[in-house]
Design a protein around this ligand. Structure first.
Ligand code: CA
Length: 219
């Protein structure tokens, strides 16, 4: 998923970026409320992790602005403000979840997966289509119940496509989901990952729609 992390604490920010990238997400990190507000107008993210105490603009006002313009991007508040009133205010301002610092990285990852499921209208934790099965919690992939080994980027492409079988994603959309800002991307990177997925999962596992992008056909 393409995540926007809004956090002014350098140590927490660095730790989260590393952990979330290891978990297969592309992460963009901003450290003040105003830059974050600009970024949220300019780009589409799959999920926002929002600190509340931020320079230049408070997280809660940022959240209200986002919901005020009917932007439904999922938001998890990550804050040291642990009073019940702060949690209620965050959720009522439009946050999907609220997690108090310090928190366990495994718990944050599980909450992200839960929001991802709800957003895709799914209840079951694993993704499955045409004999391909993927577990977002463990990053394991199976083809007709045989384990398949994928690189982190191949996994990210497969997960993005399996979240919505039958819906095409363009090369640019896939690049957004697997690379953060400032990361080197070879111009044919997505093609290379798709080629590898076809080699490992079958030639017809990923279909190319000429001029549109890539999709995994529906069952
Ligand atoms: Ca802060």
């Amino acid at each position: 998923m393409r995540l926007l992390l809004i956090e002014d604490d350098r140590l927490i920010g660095e730790g989260l970026v590393t952990a979330l990238r290891q978990d297969g997400h592309s992460v963009d990190w901003l450290r003040d409320g105003q830059s974050a507000s600009d970024a949220l107008r300019a780009a589409q993210f799959d999920l926002v992790l929002l600190d509340l105490g931020l320079p230049r603009r408070d997280g809660l006002s940022l959240l209200r602005e986002l919901r005020g313009r009917r932007d439904a991007t999922p938001v998890i508040v990550i804050s040291a403000r642990d009073e019940v009133q702060s949690r209620i205010a965050g959720l009522d301002a439009g946050a999907d979840d609220y997690i108090v610092k310090p928190f366990d990285l495994g718990e944050l990852a599980a909450r992200i997966r839960s929001i991802q499921r709800r957003r895709a209208g799914r209840g079951e934790p694993q993704l499955e289509c045409r004999g391909i099965r993927l577990d977002p919690a463990t990053h394991e992939v199976w083809l007709r119940d045989q384990p398949v080994s994928l690189s982190a980027r191949e996994y990210a492409v497969l997960e993005a496509l399996l979240l919505r079988p039958g819906v095409a994603l363009s090369r640019a959309q896939l690049e957004d989901r697997i690379y953060g800002w400032g990361e080197e991307i070879a111009s044919n990177a997505v093609e290379v990952h798709v080629h590898a997925l076809r080699r490992k999962l079958g030639a017809d596992a990923v279909r190319t729609l000429r001029g549109v992008g890539y999709l995994i056909p529906k069952d």
